[in-house]
Design a protein. Sequence first.
Length: 128
Amino acid sequence: MEGVSPTGILLLLALLQVKHALCDGPLQTRWMVEQKGGYGRPGGLAHAGLPGAGSFLALLVFGMAALPSLLLAAGDMLVHYHADYAKERLNRRNGWSTQTPAFWWLMMGDQLIHQLTYLALAYAVIQS
């Protein structure tokens, strides 16, 4: 998008943050959480689909065309899915829980990947 202002990019990032807070938190169901550690399981795919759909909507609201928005949102979904899958596999394989420091390192690593993805989306918007 030609001529995107710094304020516009900050607003896009704010939209993505709100989307993340909703999709990676209260909109996530037990079914999704239970299936995130099995590759290709419907619950894990559905969970990753939430942030993907949210990114698509955020990009559309921001004014980006539908096709680039869809492609960037699909990228967000793929990164989100694989970050969550890897996190769940490591947690389950090692028996880590909220009582284990490694659980929190892994949780924050997962969240960092999500946040860096939003910076990458904003960069893609600037470059388009």
